[in-house]
Design a protein around this ligand. Structure first.
Ligand SMILES: [Zn+2]
Length: 224
């Protein structure tokens, strides 16, 4: 793998004001409209950067969509089937609008649960019912997922493959290889600034740090 062929996946969670109380820790990935625009402007000519959205927040359509379209950018939105229409979240119409606007829509599951700790009933909801609900709204088969909380192990990956998932996004950080089944992503952070953007988009982490990340990914893929 050469550096020039690798890509950078970004994850956006929520943007701007919201009328729902945030979950614990959720504020660390919530960004302002200005920060979001700063990131978009930095990646507008970068063909090696892909933008994804998790959690199906209302800001996906209200704030992100017009700004993406204005810049001719496309993104992939991973929505939560069981939370559609809840306060501060996307409604079913919002999912349809994303798909109509040329955005890709995938699944972040049903109820934002940790996929390492599911009962069999929850498992069907998260990896089967969610795909059906979202697929019906966007008019195509849903085969791509973003793993909630980036929490996975070999059992989770096995179940995803069984469910016919063709691409699974994690939150492992660093660069990724296009076309790979498991895709590492970098979450936008509440304190992001120009320095953060430069580091994530152009930084080449030091070798020991890269080795540590690779070891951590291997551990997560194989742990039981
Ligand atoms: Zn999430």
């Amino acid at each position: 793998m050469t550096l020039t062929r690798s890509i950078i996946n970004l994850t956006v969670h929520g943007i701007g004001d919201t009328d729902r109380p945030l979950d614990p820790g959720e504020d660390t990935t919530w960004v302002s409209v200005k920060q979001f625009e700063q990131v978009l402007d930095a990646v507008v000519d970068r063909r090696d950067v892909r933008i994804t959205f998790d959690d199906g927040n209302a800001s996906d359509v209200e704030i992100a969509l017009p700004r993406l379209l204005e810049r001719g950018l496309r993104a992939e939105f991973f929505v939560l089937a069981g939370l559609l229409g809840k306060p501060g979240r996307l409604a079913a119409d919002g999912v349809k609008e994303l798909a109509r606007s040329g955005m890709r829509v995938g699944s972040h599951g049903w109820g934002h649960r940790d996929w390492r700790r599911l009962s069999s009933e929850q498992h069907d909801q998260e990896l089967s019912a969610a795909h059906t609900v979202i697929g019906d709204l966007c008019g195509h088969l849903v085969t791509r997922v973003a793993i909630p909380f980036g929490s996975y192990d070999r059992h989770v990956l096995g179940r995803l493959r069984q469910a016919g998932v063709t691409c699974a996004y994690t939150s492992d950080g660093g660069r990724a290889t296009p076309g790979q089944w498991l895709q590492a992503r970098n979450s936008l952070r509440h304190d992001l600034d120009e320095g953060w953007i430069r580091r994530v988009l152009d930084g080449r982490p030091a070798l020991p740090q890269r080795a540590r990340k690779a070891a951590a990914r291997l551990y997560k893929r194989t742990r039981g």
